[in-house]
Design a protein around this ligand. Structure first.
Ligand SMILES: [Zn+2]
Length: 163
């Protein structure tokens, strides 16, 4: 009997999209799907799936990305998406302009007087970092970088708030 496997990206329960194998009948509500294949082995081989799963989300790890990703993902044992959040964590720890507020990542770009394209259309925000609570940062150039997925929230906690 032929088994048909798909590699799918889907919204998991925690809303984090991870890559999984599944049979056609079990297909979740996928956002991207490749296949079918005759076997899981074939699907693994054709999609360069690593022989380990992501240590963070438990999803499959595709190694088909350009350098330096295959090596980086293997070294960190992370999928492409989790590697992205590992970088977010790193930046948030060293860059004062990277703030995490209510589970979202933002970057404070320099204020510009000219008509250059600004974050949130130039809307003004006031932000206080937890490590510098008396300093109110005012910006008209804030960029939203995305929501921190549930699986990363403990590692990338809020470090600031809007005031
Ligand atoms: Zn992952």
């Amino acid at each position: 009997m032929k088994k048909y496997w798909y590699i799918t990206e889907y919204k998991a329960k925690d809303k984090f999209e991870k890559i999984v194998f599944c049979k056609e009948k079990d297909l979740p509500q996928w956002t991207s799907c490749i296949g079918p294949y005759d076997s899981e082995e074939e699907a693994r081989e054709k999609n360069m799936i690593a022989d380990f799963v992501c240590s963070k989300c438990g999803g499959l790890v595709g190694l088909h990305y350009t350098d330096p990703y295959p090596q980086r993902l293997t070294e960190h044992k992370l999928c492409f998406k989790c590697e992205h959040f590992r970088e977010v964590k790193e930046v948030a720890e060293r860059d004062k302009n990277r703030v995490i507020i209510e589970g979202n990542s933002y970057h404070i770009e320099p204020d510009r007087a000219d008509g250059f394209f600004k974050g949130f259309g130039g809307r003004q925000f006031k932000i206080v970092r937890n490590d510098d609570p008396t300093n109110i940062i005012t910006t008209r150039n804030l960029w939203h970088q995305g929501e921190i997925p549930e699986v990363w929230k403990k590692d990338i906690p809020d470090n600031a708030k809007f005031v």
